[in-house]
Structure formats: structure tokens, C-alpha cells
Design a protein around this ligand. Structure first.
Ligand code: 13P
Ligand code: SF4
Length: 329
């Protein structure tokens, strides 16, 4: 699921849609930045790819495509733009570079990391491969290019089961998210050898909290990201990638819903689904929130924070991402 905004509306129209989430005083700072970014990106033939967790002024204001990590990887390979500004975290920008090695890819803040990506190194994967010789490695796209270079095929939360089963083996090494690994193992017969990584945002949710919300809100639909602990997934009505969640709300139009994931996403989805009532958890991803309009403009104006990878890493890591996109959703 992606939001296409090739002909972006002016700042005033955007604010009509998202005024509920942004105080007027704050908007006065955002509006001129949005106008400048949208003008400059056209002049420079740049595209802005934003993850679903970006704040509403980025998601609705300047993104050409707003989507989950699988769709961002695919869009990065398809674009005819010369430059890609990735509004998300470092592994997403690296993945865009792997998909489009001849384009310039920028990340507005190089400190936008990810607890899952930093939980494992290329060396860790090499040690695992020695321990389990011949067992293929499936890595979540939330990993560094060094880890991807040691990987047979990547996956995202949108296609993890499909990717694992595509290998036609009875065992895989599945890295690095222990909860996504648990979710996959419950949905396939393939034996999963996992790693102990977690997402600092999703690990905070508990099954107890979900049950309490359900008991106080009869009829509410709870939809969770597969990075959540198993008891949260069990207590939910649906589990899926961020774009899977967007699609669920759009198609089902539940009266009341809770998206068990990063907080900004609920604002973005609510703006597009005004008839749905959202109960909002307030877990913010500190890495995703490092990106703001000022940094995006700086990136565009000065072409700073370019993602640079050596050819050897690109060659080794690219295969695992391409293979994932060929498998699809
Ligand atoms: P999606 O692939 O579902 O967009 O998730 C990426 C992510 O980082 C979730 O925390
Ligand atoms: Fe990483 Fe979790 Fe932030 Fe997603 S929400 S970028 S998995 S830390």
C-alpha cells in the first residue's frame, strides 16, 4: 500500500487534512518548509520515499511514496528520479542504495538507526553459518548491508513466511528479530533457528494491556505488527506489516481500532480514514523521529548525508534484497 503524491497539494490543503494532529503554531513553522521541499525536489529530480512511521507533515506533506519497508525497496528500484531522499531509518536507506546502486541516496539524519539492525553484525552471521553448515540464512530487511551480504534472502514482515517457504528446506536461520521468528514458526512447518534481537518499540506492548483495552472498548479491532511479543499477537484480531495494517483499516473501516505499533502511524492512517475512531498507543520510535522537515530540506539543498557503500558489499548484499523483491508479498 502506498500513497502516491506526484502532484502534491499546497501546504494549506495538507493542513486541512492533518490539522487535528499538529498545533497551529507548529504548522506555521512546517508550512514554508513543505513549500520549499516540494519545489526543490522537482528542480533536482529527487524523490522522497517515506516510511509509514514518519510524522504527518512528512507523510502527508512531502512524501512522493509513503509505504512499508518492502514497498520502499521496490519503489527505490523503479524510480526514474536521480536522487532518493529516504525518510526512515538507516537500513531502509541502505536497502534503497542496494536496489538502485547508480542513484544517489540520502538519509536526512545518519543517527536514525534501529535496535534490530544493531543487534547483529556480519561476523555474527558468519559464526552462525559455521555452526549450522548448509542451512540457508533469511534476514529481516532491518539489518545492515554487512549482514545482508552474508544472507541468502531477505524478508520483511509482509512476506516472511512466503520467503522462508520459498527455500524448500526443512530448517532456516532467521535473523535477527526473535518475535518475528516466533510469528513465522507458528505459520510454517519449517524449523526456525532464531537470534535474540528485538524492536525497542514493539517489545513494550503486552498481552495484558491488549486484553484490558479490549475489555474497555467492546467491538474494537486490534491489529498488531509481527515484531510484537507472541502474547500480543495472540490477543489481536490481525497481524501484518505496516502497509498490511493500512490496508486492513481502509478495507474494513472498523468503528474503532488500535494499531499496535509506532504512534505516528495512527495519525497518518486516521487522516485518511476520518470515520474510524483510533485508540492510540504512544510508543514512538526514537530513530524514526530523528527525521524532520529541516533536515530533509538541508539534505536536498546541500546534498549531504549520502549513503556510500563499497562495490564488494553492494554486490554481495544486493542479491539477497533482489531475491526478496522477486518473491514479492
Ligand atoms: P514494515 O516493514 O512493516 O513497514 O516495518 C518496518 C519497521 O521497522 C517496523 O518497526
Ligand atoms: Fe527499528 Fe523498531 Fe524503530 Fe522499526 S520501530 S525502525 S524495528 S527500532
Amino acid at each position: 500500500m502506498s500513497v502516491q503524491q506526484q502532484n502534491l497539494p499546497r501546504a494549506k490543503e495538507i493542513y486541512n487534512k492533518i490539522s487535528k494532529f499538529i498545533p497551529e503554531a507548529e504548522w506555521k513553522i512546517h508550512a514554508p518548509l513543505i513549500e520549499k521541499i516540494n519545489k526543490l525536489k522537482k528542480e533536482k529530480n529527487a524523490i522522497i520515499l517515506a516510511h509509514n512511521y514518519q510524522t504527518p507533515e512528512i507523510y502527508h506533506g512531502v512524501a512522493d511514496i509513503a509505504a512499508d519497508s518492502l514497498a520502499l525497496a521496490v519503489e527505490a528500484s523503479k524510480t526514474s528520479a536521480d536522487k532518493i531522499i529516504l525518510c526512515g531509518v538507516h537500513f531502509m536507506a541502505e536497502t534503497a542504495k542496494l536496489m538502485s546502486p547508480n542513484k544517489k541516496v540520502y538519509l536526512p539524519d545518519m543517527q536514525a538507526g534501529c535496535s534490530l539492525a544493531s543487534s547483529i553484525t556480519g561476523k555474527d552471521v558468519r559464526i552462525l553459518k559455521e555452526k549450522y553448515p548448509g542451512v540457508p540464512v533469511v534476514s529481516y530487511v532491518n539489518t545492515s548491508a554487512d549482514v545482508k551480504a552474508e544472507t541468502d534472502v531477505c524478508c520483511t514482515s509482509a512476506n516472511a513466511v512466503k520467503v522462508v517457504e520459498s527455500l524448500k528446506v526443512d530448517r532456516v536461520i532467521f535473523l535477527p528479530d526473535q518475535y518475528l521468528a516466533d510469528y513465522v514458526s507458528k505459520n510454517t512447518k519449517v524449523k526456525i533457528i532464531s537470534w535474540k534481537g528485538t524492536c525497542i518499540v514493539h517489545e513494550q506492548f503486552t498481552g495484558k494491556e491488549i486484553k484490558e483495552i479490549k475489555s474497555h472498548n467492546p467491538g474494537i479491532k486490534i491489529i498488531a505488527h509481527p515484531e510484537c511479543p507472541p502474547d500480543v499477537i495472540e490477543a489481536s484480531d490481525f497481524a501484518g506489516s505496516t502497509s498490511g495494517m493500512v490496508k486492513y483499516v481502509k478495507e474494513n473501516q472498523p468503528k474503532k481500532v488500535m494499531l499496535v505499533t509506532e504512534c505516528s502511524m495512527s495519525d497518518n492512517v486516521e487522516a485518511d480514514n476520518p470515520k474510524v475512531e483510533f485508540i492510540k498507543p504512544c510508543n514512538l520510535c526514537p530513530y524514526m523521529k530523528k527525521i524532520d522537515l529541516k533536515k530533509i530540506l538541508n539534505c536536498l539543498e546541500n546534498e549531504t548525508n549520502e549513503i556510500v557503500l563499497d562495490n564488494k558489499t553492494i554486490e554481495a548484499a544486493r542479491k539477497s534484497v533482489i531475491r526478496m523483491t522477486e518473491i514479492g508479498r
